[in-house]
Design a binder for this molecule. Structure first.
Ligand code: CAA
Length: 246
């Protein structure tokens, strides 16, 4: 039977590429989106249909635990248990720290980090009981090295990998792996939102001289979701064009 995969933030730039890639190799895919994006999600679903990919969409604000529990319950009832969870929902609220407001801190922590607890918690025990699971957290190079203007985002993204390392130890003996993928700068709406001069200066510092294509992140996720990665857990896989090597 096909495995079921849930991708949070599934209709975004990286999320879309992950959904396409996993659907193409036969997973039963569910793409989560924020409730305010329902119209966009419907269009997105039609676009995937036109590509020959039947992907379910589900609205839920993953910064809410109650909403996340409801979402996981609906997927489990409708499509069966979730075998692969990709925590990909994320936002930016970039500001130098001297100008950062509490709401900009909280929004990023709640959406990027609290969501990882909110969605993983209700799928976790089922994975342990079934003896198989893959949790893949989409972090960022900026969680590894920090970034001017991103104290909130870098804190949340570094926190995701702390979560990965701890949870990996709880799943290891049960066939459940937990890993982080840390993309560098990727061609998506998120990086396009940056000031052009700032973006150009960042790209000029990337050894490969270009941003990543979302498909290049999806390839890493597909590998970590597969049976081939069965002995890899607690890892942080950078996909950053050489931007940060350590
Ligand atoms: N290092 C040192 N100084 C810097 C700097 C840097 N990297 N970037 C800006 N500065 C300086 C400026 O030169 C300016 O100096 P002066 O005041 O002396 O003129 C000052 O900082 C600007 O500070 P402000 O308080 O005016 O900054 P701001 O609050 O308006 O914010 C910013 C500026 C929005 C953070 C802007 O610098 C920026 O967009 N930076 C890039 C942030 C970034 O990389 N975001 C990634 C988004 S994509 C993503 O997050 C995906 C992913 O995972 C990679």
């Amino acid at each position: 039977m096909a495995r079921t995969a849930l991708v949070t933030g599934g209709i975004g730039g990286i999320g879309t590429a992950i959904c396409q890639r996993l659907a193409k190799v036969g997973y039963n895919l569910v793409a989560n989106h924020h409730p305010s994006e329902s119209e966009a999600a419907e269009r997105w679903k039609q676009e995937r249909m036109a590509e020959g990919l039947a992907i379910a969409t589900i609205a839920a604000d993953v910064s809410s635990f109650e909403e996340s529990v409801r979402m996981v319950g609906e997927i489990t009832d409708g499509q069966g248990p979730i075998d692969v969870l990709v925590n990909c929902a994320g936002i930016t609220r970039d500001k130098s720290f001297k100008k950062m407001e509490l709401d900009q801190w909280q929004a990023v922590i709640q959406v990027n980090l609290d969501s990882v607890f909110n969605v993983t918690r209700p799928v976790w025990e089922g994975m342990l009981e079934r003896g198989f699971g893959r949790v893949i957290n989409i972090s960022s190079v900026n969680g590894q090295r920090g970034q001017f203007g991103q104290a909130n985002y870098s804190a949340a993204k570094a926190g995701m990998h702390g979560f990965t390392m701890a949870l990996a130890q709880e799943g290891a003996a049960k066939g459940v792996t937990v890993n982080t993928v840390s993309p560098g700068y990727v061609e998506t709406a998120m990086t396009l939102a940056m000031d052009e001069a700032v973006r150009n200066s960042i790209v000029s510092g990337i050894p490969m001289g270009r941003m990543a294509r979302p498909e290049e992140i999806a390839a890493a996720v597909a590998f970590l979701a597969s049976d081939e990665s069965s002995y890899i857990t607690g890892a942080n896989l950078p996909v950053n064009g050489g931007l940060f090597i350590h």
